[in-house]
Design a protein around this ligand. Structure first.
Ligand code: GDP
Length: 198
């Protein structure tokens, strides 16, 4: 029920433009086109909350959403890994992401959205490393599960779970997810509720 009344709060190009660092928030990260906006929309049961877009790499801002409960937020982080982005933008992204993940006190968890057909790209790993330095609980959403057979999906899930980067991490959950079928939605909501202490 907490996720059905999520509303837009603000956008920030830099950390200093972010809302006051109090309360609890969980951030969503992922490569452009991985399915992050679709995942946020399904979790929040709204069609147009996070913009789903076919022009990857467009938004370079942190988007903050309010839950109906006071001082609880979801954050949509800029998508990454789009080849045609200028180096200066890539460097800016690194600075903003590293400082957000390591300095934001109200940040209580990170959701990494990955296309189940291309999990754990180099920048996914970079994000996970930063989040591990901050000891953030991590949820890996292997989305577009509807694109793989059950057997292939299970194989992928196990491979991700057993990857040394995640195997040695502090608190990690790996979920198969689909914005099209709703698979994994309840489990993702439960994980978010736990990190946000709802
Ligand atoms: P973002 O760039 O990570 O926010 O990705 P989007 O949510 O905009 O999704 C990128 C593309 O993948 C769009 O064409 C979506 O319709 C598609 N997509 C997203 N989630 C799913 C899913 O669960 N299953 C399938 N088959 N396609 C999906």
């Amino acid at each position: 029920p907490y996720f059905q009344q999520v509303t837009f709060l603000s956008a920030a190009a830099q950390l200093k433009q972010a809302p006051t660092d109090c309360g609890y928030e969980v951030a969503f990260a992922g490569r452009s086109n991985a399915g992050k906006s679709s995942a946020i929309n399904v979790i929040c049961q709204q069609r147009h909350l996070a913009r789903t877009s076919k022009t990857p790499g467009r938004t370079q801002q942190l988007i903050f959403f309010n839950l109906a409960v006071e001082n609880r937020r979801l954050v949509d982080l800029p998508g990454y890994g789009f080849a045609r982005v200028a180096l200066s933008i890539k460097l800016q992204w690194q600075t903003v992401m590293a400082s957000y993940l390591q300095q934001r006190v109200s940040l209580r968890g990170l959701v990494m959205v990955m296309d189940c057909r291309h999990p754990l790209t180099e920048l996914d790993r970079q994000m996970i490393e930063w989040s591990q330095i901050a000891a953030l609980p991590l949820l890996v959403l292997l989305t577009k599960a509807d694109k793989l057979s059950r057997g292939a999906m299970e194989k992928t899930r196990l491979a991700v779970q057993r990857d040394p980067l995640l195997f040695n991490a502090t608190t990690v959950e790996v979920l198969t997810f689909s914005a099209h079928t709703g698979q994994g939605r309840d489990a993702a909501q439960a994980w978010l509720a736990k990190q946000l202490e709802l």
